[in-house]
Ligand binder design. Structure first.
Ligand SMILES: *Cc1c(COP(=O)(O)O)cnc(C)c1O
Length: 470
């Protein structure tokens, strides 16, 4: 055995080790690699001093160890990074809701890294209309007179109420005084907007006569809120927008509808039977409609307000609009997404939210079996299970879509509790695969996966089901 002091002398210098291996990992910044190398060599020194090891590993081994450490640190920094959604929840708020189409993503990249015509009219060579393209597309798709875009739907509702109903009463059915995830509570938004909530009807039943009786000279608006994330079953009654619009018109009171997820196409053909459509809300007579841009529409986070021109103009002039307006990236993504909607076939093919909804149980069964077969061919083990997936994101409470999942199955040693081990291992990957555990099995729903990720998913499931330390 060599003497400790001789061994210590063999430890390479930090700078030299990095200099000769700087090419090894382009993802890691030099300072991150330097920190990692220093720590790896420090640990080595300690092990030598304590007599735990009797040799100095070669440079390659050491640098690889450092890269691994740096990568692990990067992952543990909790930075936002890509994951594979195996939850089956298409609009998962924790996983960033909608994924953009390829065209919208390309528009984001181009606009983000360059100057653009955000408020510039190329033909005239002077200042132009912000989001003019978005307005044009929304008019074509929904038939609205005018529109504007803000940060999210919560901001949209607050802005609408602040601009239209300030200092007066807003009528809302008791059954629609909801809280949407993340603390968006309708009563709070109303008081924040400077108006007074006037509750109408009861939790389960509200009739047109209730609204009529509640109207006073102080009534500034009737607000209808889609109860996105819950459902009242049993004896229920509510008043539809059509009836409210007639009532509103006869009293000169605008009807506002927060429809939540903002379906631009008929998503009912995918089984989302009770989902309000933007077009229908307008056609039924709502004066102002608001919804999210990153739910069923399939764009980036934003809130869209559209409807009658006189109200949109009033809203646009409110100072809060300036505080809530969106950036060039959101506008670029929205414009590129809306452009696709002109062609329904293209929309279903290219907008991931729609293509995931459009997948039939049969499509999904074939997909799951194909993945499973590949996993088994490569020496791993998995099974196909029939499951239910949900649209999520506040769209369609209680509605479940038939889907299929693959579930990793261990070889031999894996028994009770292995679902938890698989879940943890797959979640700890460089690109984590997020599934859900049900009845002690890890389910990886195939509805919310992208085909580009299939190979990665197959390989990683093979690894976890063949690894010996389950
Ligand atoms: C989701 C939702 C909101 C909140 O929208 P964000 O875009 O997340 O701010 C508000 N109202 C309804 C009915 C919703 O479904």
């Amino acid at each position: 055995m060599q003497k400790n002091s001789d061994l210590l002398k063999k430890i390479p210098q930090v700078d030299k080790l990095i200099q000769f291996n700087a090419h090894i990992c382009s993802e890691i910044y030099r300072h991150e690699l330097t920190d990692a190398v220093r720590d790896v060599l420090g640990e080595l020194r300690e092990q030598i001093v304590n007599g735990i090891i009797d040799h100095v590993p070669d440079d390659d081994t050491l640098i690889n160890r450092a890269v691994e450490l740096a990568e692990k640190r990067l992952r543990n920094n909790k930075d936002v990074r890509r994951v594979i959604n195996g939850t089956g929840v298409i609009l998962h708020s924790n996983l960033g809701r909608a994924c953009l189409s390829k065209a919208a993503a390309a528009a984001v990249v181009e606009t983000a890294s360059s100057y653009c015509t955000l408020e510039y009219d190329i033909d005239e060579g002077k200042r132009g209309n912000r989001a003019g393209g978005v307005e044009r597309y929304l008019r074509d798709i929904t038939g609205c007179e005018a529109s504007l875009v803000v940060n999210n739907n919560a901001a949209a509702v607050l802005l609408i109420l602040s601009a239209v109903a300030n200092d007066g009463n807003v009528l809302v059915s008791r059954g629609e005084l909801v809280e949407i995830g993340g603390g968006f509570r309708v009563p709070d938004i109303i008081s924040l907007g400077g108006s007074t909530l006037c509750e109408v009807g009861t939790t389960n039943k509200t009739r047109l006569s209730d609204y009529k009786a509640a109207i006073s000279k102080d009534t500034r608006a009737i607000l209808k809120v889609h109860s996105s994330n819950f459902k009242v079953v049993g004896f229920t009654e509510s008043v539809n927008v059509k009836e409210l619009a007639v009532l509103g018109k006869s009293h000169g009171i605008p009807v506002i509808e927060d429809i939540g997820s903002g379906a631009l196409t008929d998503v009912r053909r995918y089984g989302l039977n009770e989902e309000p459509l933007v077009k229908e809300s307008l056609r039924d007579g709502a004066d102002i409609v608001s919804f999210s841009g990153d739910k069923l529409l399939g764009g980036l986070q934003c809130g869209i307000i559209l409807g009658r021109k006189e109200f949109i103009e009033t809203i646009k002039k409110h100072p809060l609009y300036r505080a809530f307006r969106v950036d060039k990236i959101t506008i670029a993504a929205l414009e590129a997404t809306l452009r696709i909607y002109a062609d329904p076939v293209k929309a279903e093919r290219d907008i991931p939210v729609l293509s995931m909804l459009a997948l039939t149980a049969e499509d999904l069964c074939i997909r799951a079996e194909k993945l499973c077969k590949e996993i088994c061919l490569k020496g791993g083990n998995a099974e196909v299970l029939k499951v239910k997936s949900v649209a999520g994101g506040g769209a369609v409470p209680g509605l479940e879509l038939d889907s299929y999942a693959i579930t990793p199955v261990g070889s031999g040693s894996a028994g009770e509790g292995s679902a938890g081990v698989y879940e943890q291992k797959l979640r700890a990957l460089p690109v984590p695969i997020i599934g859900r555990i049900e009845n002690d099995r890890l389910l990886i729903d195939v509805r919310t996966m992208f085909e580009d990720d299939f190979e990665y998913i197959i390989n990683e499931i093979v690894k976890v089901t063949t690894s010996s330390e389950e």
